[in-house]
Design a protein around this ligand. Structure first.
Ligand SMILES: Nc1ncnc2c1ncn2[C@@H]1O[C@H](COP(=O)(O)OP(=O)(O)O)[C@@H](O)[C@H]1O
Ligand SMILES: [Mg+2]
Length: 321
């Protein structure tokens, strides 16, 4: 087992005028070579902040306030800016929800792809040839190289960005809701592309709020709630044996997963991360805590630690360990 990413006790806060947002609190996990790990969680649970954190690219007013993010053993939290930039272009690629954020709207798509290739040491003539092959490989007519980004569909833009990333065989691809803005068929083609990358040995860190997407393709899945990683394990383990009351509640609220099952929304709202609840951040919404008097003074006071309940299946909940 070879670890590409090791995140240890990573904490990230946003220092805003109205207070300190504790967006990510002591999150630890790792990703193996060629493994696909997906983080799932409601909007605002800290998924994107984790993604930015592991490549040390947290936007202001955010700051990594603790922990480590190791990439092949190097702590990116401590790496000098130039070294980081080098890694991010070559060994680590990122794909975001809106592909327009990765493309310059004022320049033709081909010029942009070729520029990236030249930066990677490919000469210009060869780069144009490769760019044409790239588009062909994702079923986009090669004359689109001479189009501006806005003249392409969202799906085409996203396929171009992912195929360009693929061309350099990064060791790690971070994909933050890359298919959220796309229709289902295009979504599938993007997931296929990511899967091809995985087959070639790239580790994938995928983020979604759509559990059915996570279940289909990932090896392992992590569940985030209010800035905390509350459960992580193999997809089958989580589906068959969800441990955290939040995981169970989240799955029960998903219509696509269990068609026959009665869908139940989770009562209440996620907390304001400037003032997260003490103890387990989920306790104010937890049905188990509500029903069991013996948990008073525990879940609402003490922060639960991650424990391994079955092999590779971890949970942070006072009901275990
Ligand atoms: N630039 C920012 N300034 C202040 N707070 C932010 C900023 N970006 C994100 N946050 C806050 O951090 C928390 C986590 O956000 P985010 O990582 O974007 O969650 P997710 O990706 O799961 O939707 C939220 O409470 C969000 O409001
Ligand atoms: Mg996000």
């Amino acid at each position: 087992m070879e670890l590409v990413v090791e995140v240890k006790d990573l904490s990230i806060y946003y220092f805003t005028l109205s207070g300190v947002v504790k967006a990510v609190e002591r999150v630890s996990f790792n990703i193996q070579r060629g493994e696909w790990l997906t983080f799932v969680g409601e909007s605002g649970s800290g998924k994107s902040t984790v993604a930015y954190g592991i490549i040390n690219l947290v936007p202001s007013p955010g700051k990594i306030v603790g922990g480590q993010a190791l990439f092949e053993g190097k702590d990116l939290v401590k790496l000098p800016k130039e070294k980081l930039k080098e890694l991010r272009g070559k060994e680590i690629s990122m794909v975001f929800q809106d592909p327009m954020t990765s493309l310059d709207p004022l320049r033709k798509v081909g010029d942009q792809i070729v520029e990236v290739m030249i930066e990677h040491g490919i000469d210009e003539k060869e780069a144009w040839k490769k760019a044409k092959e790239l588009l062909k490989s994702v079923n986009i007519p090669e004359d689109r190289l001479y189009y501006y980004p806005h003249q392409l569909s969202g799906g085409q833009r996203q396929r171009i960005i992912i195929s360009t990333a693929m061309a350099f065989r990064p060791k790690l691809l971070i994909a933050d809701e890359p298919t959220t803005a796309l229709d289902v068929i295009v979504q599938d083609s993007i997931m296929d592309l990511l899967n091809e990358m995985k087959q070639e040995g790239t580790s994938i860190f995928f983020i979604t709020h759509d559990i059915s997407l996570a279940v289909e393709r990932s090896d392992r899945m992590g569940i985030m709630y209010a800035g905390k990683l509350v459960e992580i394990g193999k997809v089958d383990q989580l589906i068959e044996n969800p441990l955290h009351p939040y995981t169970s509640a989240l799955f029960a609220s998903m219509p696509d997963l269990w068609v026959d099952k009665e869908i139940s929304a989770i009562p209440g709202f996620p907390p304001d991360l400037r003032t997260p609840p003490p103890g387990c951040r989920f306790h104010p919404r937890c049905s188990v805590f509500r029903e069991r008097k013996d948990l008073k003074g525990i879940c609402d006071k003490e922060e639960p630690k991650m424990v391994e309940v079955e092999k590779e299946h971890f949970v942070a909940c006072h009901l275990y360990g």
